[in-house]
Design a protein around this ligand. Structure first.
Ligand code: SAM
Ligand code: SF4
Length: 383
């Protein structure tokens, strides 16, 4: 009898694609991006598709296959690409990949770059979730944030997305904006709830290094009031939960079944492949990132070279620590048995009211108080 050894092929189920173009650079944002340069983008699109071929060949050599359950086009602003460019890129991706297992394909949009033609094309290409940056509905705060769109335009863009058939939309909001009153934040939340998106991300403004906001903050032009921010955070959680949005992660709220599957997989420690400049990948014990320079990215890929600029070994203990840190940020928390080596730390955090156990006693969760200091609690489990 002939026996054949079957070697299992492991699937990488999550794909991120970074599009580093924005209609205008916002002064608070540290994501890798540049103001759109149309002449660069066709070469960029070709580079992404070529990088996909290179990365899938590398995965095949390790007996892995890319079979995405989720795809996330982030940035930057993917919707800064024209309809024809999106058709070229997403069409190329569709042709190259096995999408039989795909459940969620998200694309980030800026309200200034939405049109009915583009939205319909994206829907036809298989994108089924849109994440749009609204940030605020207050004209003066949109000015402070240096946004390129008005509140009216954000509203029209949302309606266009619905008209194009999108049934799963996230809107991003920011609180803690310089000059923002609690009443303004309340109005922004209420206006967002009235529109009825499936998902709302509410981020506390962070002063990121190498941004104009950080420089202004360092000069004392802006101040950060941690207590006021904590109160806004509590108010946000209460308001959104009362409106039917579960707080499934510290900054993320969703109607039942509308959590972002891509981000959840990431928080739960799944492997993912990232394409494009600055995009991270984590597969097994390897982590790497593409160069944070679009011209260099294009040149390297065109020359058949790797665009990787950063490599790191992530041993299982590090990945476990990350899973705990991210897991605690979610409403599922972390299995109690996972935390056995830190039993004393968990007990101490429970005593201080930062951690609690789930009703069935099997999982450990951040309390409301703990959510305010989630990063500090997570540090306990590193190393
Ligand atoms: C990569 S942007 C994608 C959306 C799109 N580019 C736009 O701005 O409309 C993702 C989101 O990150 C959030 N964000 C960016 N910088 C931030 C900061 N410094 N503090 C808090 N949230 C921030 C914004 O809410 C933004 O919509
Ligand atoms: S917030 Fe969005 S549009 Fe503004 S710079 Fe960042 S990625 Fe670009």
């Amino acid at each position: 009898m002939i026996s054949s050894a079957v070697v299992a092929t492991a699937a990488v189920e999550h794909l991120y694609v970074h599009i580093p173009f924005c209609p205008k650079v916002c002064p608070y944002c540290a994501f890798y991006k540049e103001a759109s340069e149309r002449n660069k983008t066709q070469a960029f699109l070709e580079a992404v598709l070529r990088e996909l071929t290179m990365q899938t060949a590398m995965l095949a050599a390790e007996n892995r296959v890319l079979r995405p359950r989720t795809i996330f086009f982030g940035g930057g602003t993917p919707s800064a690409l024209s309809t024809a460019q999106l058709e070229f890129l997403l069409g190329g991706l569709r042709a190259a990949l096995d999408l039989s297992q795909l459940v969620e394909w998200t694309l980030e949009m800026n309200p200034a770059t939405v049109s009915l033609e583009k939205a319909r094309a994206l829907r036809a290409l298989g994108v089924n979730r849109i994440s749009m940056g609204v940030q605020s509905w207050e004209p003066e705060l949109l000015l402070t944030l240096g946004r390129v769109h008005t509140a009216g335009q954000a509203r029209r863009s949302y309606e266009i997305l619905r008209e194009a058939g999108f049934e799963n939309i996230n809107l991003d909001l920011i609180f803690g904006i310089p000059g923002q009153s609690p009443a303004q934040w309340q109005r922004s939340l209420e206006r967002t709830i009235q529109l009825g998106p499936e998902h709302i991300s509410a981020y506390n403004l962070t002063y990121e290094e190498d941004t104009e906001f950080f420089r202004r903050f360092s000069r004392g032009e802006f101040i950060q009031d941690d207590e006021a921010d904590a109160a806004l955070f509590e108010f946000t959680t209460d308001t959104l939960q009362a409106a039917g949005y579960a707080a499934y992660e510290i900054s993320n709220f969703a109607r039942p079944g509308r959590e972002c599957a891509h981000n959840l997989a990431y928080w739960q420690g799944a492997d993912y492949l990232g394409l494009g400049p600055s995009a991270f990948s984590t597969i097994g014990e390897r982590r790497w990132a593409g160069v944070r320079d679009t011209a260099a990215y294009i040149a390297r890929i065109a020359a058949g070279e790797s665009a990787t600029d950063f490599r790191e070994h992530v041993p299982p203990a590090t990945r476990l620590a990350e899973r705990i840190a991210f897991g605690l940020r979610t409403n599922r928390g972390v299995a109690l048995e996972t935390l056995t080596p830190w039993r004393d730390d968990v007990a101490a955090h429970q005593e201080h009211g930062l951690l609690a156990t789930s009703a069935d006693g099997r999982r450990v969760l951040l309390t409301r108080k703990g959510r305010l200091v989630a990063d500090a609690v997570a540090l306990t489990f590193v190393g």
